[in-house]
Design a binder for this molecule. Sequence first.
Ligand code: PMP
Length: 461
Amino acid sequence: MTATDGTVSQTIDRLIDAEQERFAETHPRSAEAWARGRKHFLYGGPSHWMRRWAGGFPIYVEEARGCHVRDIDGNDFIDFCLGDTGGMCGHAPEAVTRAAVRQLERGTTHMMPTEDSLWVGEELTRRFGLPYWTLTTSATDANRGAIRIARMITGRDKVLVFSGCYHGGVEEAHVELRDGQMQMRNMIHPNGVDHARVSKVVEFNDVNALEEALAAEDVACVLMEPLMTNFGMIPVAGGFHDAVHEATRRTGTLLIIDETHTLSCGPGGYTRLHGLEPDILVAGKAIAGGIPAGVFGVSEETAARLWKEVPHVNPRQRQSAHFGIGGTLAGNALTIATMRAVLEGVLTPKNYEKMIGRADQLAGAARAVIAQHGLPWHVTQIGARMEIMFSPRPPLNGAEVIATRRGNLETLLHAFYMNEGILVTPFHTMFLMCPATEDADVDKHSAVFGRFTKAVIEAGV
Ligand code: PMP
């Protein structure tokens, strides 16, 4: 670090302190609630994911509607975080609320299907193209099920992921490349798993590394997002999907595409938009309107191979029907009812058009601010999702994110946003539109981002 870098970083730290003080003053009830929460929750809130907010502590939510959240201090926020995608339908969407209440009155979980499930199965196939589906209670669990199937039918143990990925609590994916070596991501504890035996990791968009890693034919599956959204957005390079497809076919490796976040690209995710042909497709989070849910769909060939390993059971023969996938609550009547409401009435082509239009506006305005000041920053947008990064061009892979990330400036921006009534994903500067995001919400962001930009230029950071 040079002396100038050191001074800049001290200035940023001072500015963060000032923003956090401002936040504490204007959010006293949330501050007090957070202090109380710390007495009874391991990490302050009911989930440790709730603690990363740059204001210093999370707001406690009184009510959330559409893309707005009101906290217990009476402050209003425009929510571009949307529960890190779980809220992509918008908060309290009418169709989901009605379906949920109706189902709550008729029973939520009985380990038997409801007729709504028939509609859901048909619609999942129509949207994503894969013929056979299974529900889980989270995207993590859907990924786990998909990996288990890939191992069962290939007889191989390893899972290949891309450095910087996130696929939930999936152990095999908790690795990244540091200085060319596979290491645990974020210093996550290996949890007794021998990652050298079960994981391989290469850089995104690196065809040679991928081909080399698959050449030994010991990889059960490649697990990937169609473009990376969890380490700052990393766009996919032209031809990379063709190369992944070809290399997985050639080496007998299954391809699992995780659309949990990229569902924001359109009604059938990135897969349908770009004609990808995964063996297994995973989705989750928003797919049941915020009711915990995940899904995975498998191709005809994958299903046929699986049925050889695990045939349909004949109830007369008292066979074990359990093969380590999903849980008792998976596919319950409440999830099915809300998933139907989402697919039928919320994540519709018309609403996607609106959401993508808003993201176009938000991205355009942010680019204009950056260009006006000649800053070495950039904006990436795909469908209803966009990201601002403090580097001159989109990263090619995880290594470039590590090399260019300005984490403290991101924290400053996020703390500034919180004080100005804007929420973005706390892990990086990603925005998501929901059907209820309006022009005024986008315009407010443009003004706030303009003010932030001026403030940091004046401060010399
Ligand atoms: N896959 C992807 C691509 C994700 O981004 C996430 C969560 N951020 C997950 C899976 C896990 O989802 P959940 O926490 O709902 O299990």
